[in-house]
Design a protein around this ligand. Structure first.
Ligand code: MN
Length: 302
């Protein structure tokens, strides 16, 4: 099956980021990259077109159409439909740190009762990406006091040990989400929905969990879930808070403030760290499979 879609520049950036660990090395004329995700081959053309090939090509294309806001369903109808995921009792999860070279990956799940919604709204809860670090540090402890949550922090050492050979960020995410959701579900809270911000299609999400010791079922996957459900929004804030605290600890331990993201500033600081502490230090504070590692080490050779 073949599906071709065209996406906006913003979605194109997301698409490049999403498939960055699954790219093929092959260089093809007029092609930005070709990637393989399970049984689907994804080709992004310079023209802005994206081709999906494989037996689940339609599912993958539909996910990107949704992210790009091209879904065929009536917008008003969606808004109505979404209310039920907002005004409800739910457990939701979200992750932080997957796009940052330095620092751990943090995934949290939260339980929000319908009665807690006004309090959370009053705190000004939004997707953590839209809040300043200052605001996160201020409101996360209040959320943590009010609502039950579970978090897992995957340290850089663990990440680098476990995922050196077969790094697939979406699989890592799936395993960690599964773990914190399962843990919180053991408390037997009364919930209407169990919600995960959609980073992979449902079928694929469960394929990633093949070797997991337990599998949390019954999840509703949705795009932009942080905006639609307060359990997911709370989980994103608590995750961000823990991430910031871990980054502080790492920065203190080497007396160098670690930048977020994966840009040039990160490379610069990375070089400084290698000069001071040696290459091995990166294993403890960075995600080695990121391209930044090569940039940092390559620069030192010349
Ligand atoms: Mn998310």
């Amino acid at each position: 099956m073949n599906e071709v879609i065209r996406v906006s520049d913003k979605t194109r950036e997301k698409l490049i980021d999403y498939y960055k660990d699954m790219k093929k090395d092959k260089v093809i004329p007029y092609v930005v990259f070709q990637a393989v995700d399970m049984d689907t081959v994804i080709t992004l053309y310079e023209s802005g077109k994206v081709m999906f090939q494989g037996k689940n090509a339609d599912m993958d294309a539909e996910m990107w159409r949704e992210i790009d806001g091209q879904s065929k369903i009536d917008k008003k109808q969606i808004k109505e439909e979404e209310k039920k995921y907002y005004y409800c009792s739910s457990i939701g999860s979200d992750e932080v740190g997957t796009g940052d070279y330095f620092g751990p990956i943090v995934v949290s799940s939260c339980y929000v009762k319908e009665e807690d919604i006004p309090y959370l709204e009053e705190l000004g809860i939004k997707d953590s990406k839209k809040l300043t670090d200052e605001k996160i540090l201020q409101i996360a402890p209040k959320i943590a006091k009010k609502i039950p949550y579970k978090s897992v922090i995957l340290s850089n050492s663990e990440y680098n040990e476990k995922y050196t050979h077969d790094v697939n960020m979406n699989k890592i995410k799936a395993l960690l989400h599964n773990r914190v959701l399962h843990e919180l579900m053991q408390e037997n809270y009364k919930i209407d929905y169990l919600i995960v911000d959609e980073f992979a299609r449902e079928r694929r999400y469960y394929e990633y969990l093949e070797d997991a010791p337990f599998i949390q079922k019954g999840i509703t996957f949705m795009t932009k879930a942080e905006d639609k459900n307060l359990a997911v929004a709370s989980a994103s804030i608590i995750s961000r808070y823990l991430f910031l605290k871990e980054m502080d600890k790492l920065s203190d331990s080497i007396h160098i403030p670690l930048p977020k993201g994966a840009g040039v500033e990160v490379d610069k600081i990375g070089e400084e760290i290698v000069e001071k502490f040696g290459e091995d230090k990166l294993k403890e504070i960075a995600k080695l499979n990121f391209k930044n590692t090569q940039k940092i080490l390559h620069t030192l050779l010349y």
